[in-house]
Design a protein around this ligand. Sequence first.
Ligand code: BDR
Ligand code: CA
Length: 313
Amino acid sequence: MAPQRPIIIDCDPGQDDAVALLVALGSSELDIIGITAVAGNVPLKLTETNARKVCELANRTEIKVFAGHDAPLERPLVTAEDVHGRTGLDGPDLPEPTMKLQEAHATAFIINSLREHPARSVTLCPLGPLTNIAAAIEAAPDIISRIEEIVLMGGANFERGNVTPAAEFNIYVDPQAADIVFSSGVPITVMSLDVTHQALTTTERIAAFRSLGNPAGLATAEMMEFFARFDSEKYGTAGAPLHDPCVIAYLLQPDLFSGKMVNVEIETESELTMGMTVVDWWNVTNRPANAKFISTVDDDGYFNLLTERIGLL
Ligand code: BDR
Ligand code: CA
């Protein structure tokens, strides 16, 4: 068997974060060395609890879950209960977790893990606001050269914004953190709304999760049904963009995706466009490329992969 790829998933579950966690938990190519929670879709207490609920749903109580920052670096927390429900994981009825939260702070765990593992072996997978990752970089700049890659969900170019006309939720919630990450020099791959808006749930795709017949498949179907109602109404589509699992799918099957290296800068000053990812798609500046910006996905291949992996749980 090929060596497993060590990853840290930093998340704010969130139904789509939860599906990303399930897909990763069902994938033997990945070694999840820890899951770190951040405030985002709902407050931190709920996101860390939800991460543990998902591990228990997958019978993976040995996974280490850490709580991180409960607010963005500089701005007040903005949450998204309108999308995700009061708990962040509305839909299935998942029991309160019995597995313990780790004592260390998420940021300390990220720093220590990167220092303990061989340089350029650990991939960071942020699925929420970038607060924990930026705080780790600020506190311990030596980790910058030790990160293999950051594959994140956030931002938008042609699709513009989903929480404001200009900004995507994860970047909008903590633009200062995003600025630190995008300026860090770490290799970054970006799963933005441009690609996640091609990865829409449908009645058939949700039915395929349900028909897996395992608890994770059933919970995924219930989460997607809840999650889809908001976006179907908003966008007039049959389903909802299944954002965060794009990050895990890219690690598993990068040939499902295409994109190009571009310069991405983060708006941190104008309130009107706060958190906008300013993407130099046509290379009209001389600013150096700092991210691989993904723009297409084979959506059938994507949903087949997610269904297959959740079926293994
Ligand atoms: C992102 O925002 C959150 O609501 C989702 O979990 C996803 O990470 C999409 O803009
Ligand atoms: Ca998320």
